[in-house]
Write a protein that binds this ligand. Sequence first.
Ligand code: S3P
Length: 183
Amino acid sequence: MAYRLKKTVVMIGMMGSGKTAIGTALARSLQVPFLDSDAEITRAANLSVAEIFERYGEPFFREKESQVIARLLASRPGILSTGGGAYLDPENRKMIAENGVAVWLRADLALLWNRVKHKDTRPLLRTPDPYGTLKALLDAREPSYAEAALTVDASPEYSIDDMTGKVIETLLTRPDVLETEAA
Ligand code: S3P
């Protein structure tokens, strides 16, 4: 199937919701560029996300994150995966709504915890009670994520391909975002 993507699709949602994995597969299916804000920030700084938080603090990371998102939204339509905190900033939400379309990968606490518990790469979860921290972040963030134009529910039963197919189905409900093209 050939597709025509008209706006950049911005993957938003919690850490562990699959933004990078699904975003990468989606870009491949739609044959458009894949961009990742965390990857752009770490490449420019030549430091990991955890190192940036340690050395310069979260506000510095957030500032870079907004700059990178603005820059990536200005390039040709593609798939942009953001870090889990990016969509909390009202300015970022506005910029995304004006220049692209947000897709929230909605996943429940159990699924998120299963995906993040073995990894030590996320500075915000380096607390004495990472499960409690993840829960608190999810509770606090859901109202912001719910502002996304589109939502796709994740499930432990879905493979990356299943989930990518669901995102494509959802995008096709919006002809201003994605259309199929006659071969
Ligand atoms: C963060 C999520 C991370 C990364 C940083 C902060 C967050 O990205 O941007 O650790 O605030 O939820 P992922 O959502 O890709 O893990």
